[in-house]
Write a protein that binds this ligand. Structure first.
Ligand SMILES: O=C(O)CCC(=O)C(=O)O
Ligand SMILES: [Fe+2]
Length: 189
């Protein structure tokens, strides 16, 4: 694509492993519904989140300062499989649990300075397939859509975070739950 690299592995995990990891992650992870401040007003995020990783991989995200919890057993397994396939290093993971079609994530780019200039971000999707939308920062009408299937891995790289934003919109259709994990490499700033 223009100004970015996307690599999609449609069946990174087998469906039976997906069900296994959804159960483990719901159990092992300490999920929170954070509040974020937008123009001085505070809102609950429309999803549950968690931040895990190596000690010291502190991350600012949507006005939140997140200190990681130590890696859980399921996260260590998933991290090591993803490092083996991508050949990239990751020291942290942001988890999002979309409970149903009402849960969502707004337009943003993962362009925080602790991620470095052209970060590699590996996004593992478990559960309900959802549309992952992209739009160009300089032309919001230039859009495209990637369906993130159960067990898929999407790796974002190159200049993509400079030129494109992404979002996961809510849906009027009845949708079941989905857990997404974005593995990242945080550098000291
Ligand atoms: O849920 C997803 O697929 C996307 C998550 C995302 O964009 C993020 O965590 O920054
Ligand atoms: Fe993102």
């Amino acid at each position: 694509m223009d100004n970015g690299i996307l690599t999609y592995y449609p069946a990174f995990l087998h469906p039976s492993d997906c069900a296994h990891y959804i159960g483990k992650l719901k159990d092992e992870i300490s999920w929170k519904q954070e509040s974020i401040r937008i123009f001085g007003k505070s809102y609950l995020t429309p999803r549950l989140t968690a931040w895990y990783g190596d000690a010291g991989a502190v991350y600012s995200y949507s006005g939140l300062k997140l200190s990681p919890e130590p890696w859980s057993p399921a996260l260590v397994q998933l991290r090591d499989m993803i490092i083996a396939v991508t050949g990239s290093r990751f020291n942290s993971v942001l988890l999002n649990w979309y409970r149903d079609g009402n849960d969502s994530m707004g337009w943003h780019a993962d362009d925080e300075k602790e991620l470095g200039v052209n970060p590699v971000i590996a996004s593992l999707s478990l559960g309900q397939e959802r549309d992952f939308r992209f739009r160009r920062k300089d032309n919001h009408r230039d859009t495209f859509n990637v369906k993130l299937a159960n067990g898929s891995l999407l790796v974002m790289g190159g200049e993509i975070q400079h030129f494109w934003q992404h979002a996961l919109h809510r849906s009027a259709r009845h949708l079941s739950e989905r857990i997404n994990l974005t593995f990242r490499l945080i550098r000291p700033v």
